[in-house]
Design a protein around this ligand. Structure first.
Ligand code: SAM
Length: 220
């Protein structure tokens, strides 16, 4: 089985390159104990998000899809002292666990969590825009809507990251009856047709299986 090898390689890479962090491990344990689905990014993906934030010099980050705030905490820790993350979560139970984790790690001044469907909370964020980095990781059928909002809340140079765009290869099926696949396909086609964006996407394998992410930069 390939996937076992992918996990072994992830463990090897994480063991060497991603610092052991008891606090982040505690967050994952809390999420598991609270019954949250294990849909958090992998540790090496969390570190990649942190590196993207640092490489772009991001001060203001928007995340759509908090779950237990694992990726949120990776992002917030990568920001300068006055940096902020705004994160959006629809599920009240997920949001409660996320806020507990944020308080536990002492990042309540850096992270603002809005509970409610992102379609309702995104329109309240115009005063806080523009964001320097936007991580789209919520319900995939809504990705087209989230891309529209990401463009509204961005500026030239903003980096937009969209997770889970490969879905075990299902993304190539135009006839798919999976609304998540259709959401991701529409998302990719909208990026293709958007002259303000310059983009690429990569497939990934690892402890979370076969998937991938889109990286898009707002040019103008
Ligand atoms: N970014 C998180 C991490 O890596 O730790 C994982 C996010 S998980 C893949 C997706 C989250 O989006 C879930 O917690 C789910 O409840 C949330 N979600 C689903 N529909 C949503 C919506 N309409 N608005 C906001 N969040 C939503």
């Amino acid at each position: 089985e390939y996937s076992q090898k992918w996990t072994e390689v992830d463990n090897y890479l994480v063991g060497h390159l991603v610092e052991d962090d008891p606090v982040l491990q505690q967050v994952l344990d809390n999420n598991h104990q609270a019954g949250l689905p294990a849909h958090d990014v992998a540790p090496n993906q969390g570190k990649l998000l942190a590196l993207f934030a640092q490489i772009t010099g991001a001060q203001k980050v928007l995340e759509i899809g908090t779950l237990g705030a694992y990726s949120t905490i990776w992002l917030a820790r990568a920001l300068p002292a006055l940096g902020k993350v705004v994160t959006l979560e629809a599920d009240a139970h997920h949001a409660r666990i996320a806020q507990t984790n944020i308080d536990l790690v002492g990042l309540q001044d850096k992270i603002t969590l809005h509970t409610g469907p992102a379609s309702e909370t995104l329109p309240t964020l115009t005063a806080e825009a523009p964001f320097d980095l936007i991580f789209i990781d919520a319900d995939k059928p809504s990705n087209p809507l989230y891309l529209e909002w990401a463009l509204k809340l961005s500026k030239p140079g903003t980096l937009i990251i969209g997770d889970n765009v490969v879905r075990d290869g299902a993304v190539v099926d135009p006839q798919s009856d999976d609304a998540r696949v259709q959401g991701v396909r529409r998302f990719i086609e909208m990026i293709e047709q958007e002259p303000r964006l310059s983009a690429t996407a990569l497939q990934t394998v690892g402890s979370k299986g076969w998937d991938g992410f889109v990286l898009a930069r707002v040019n103008s």
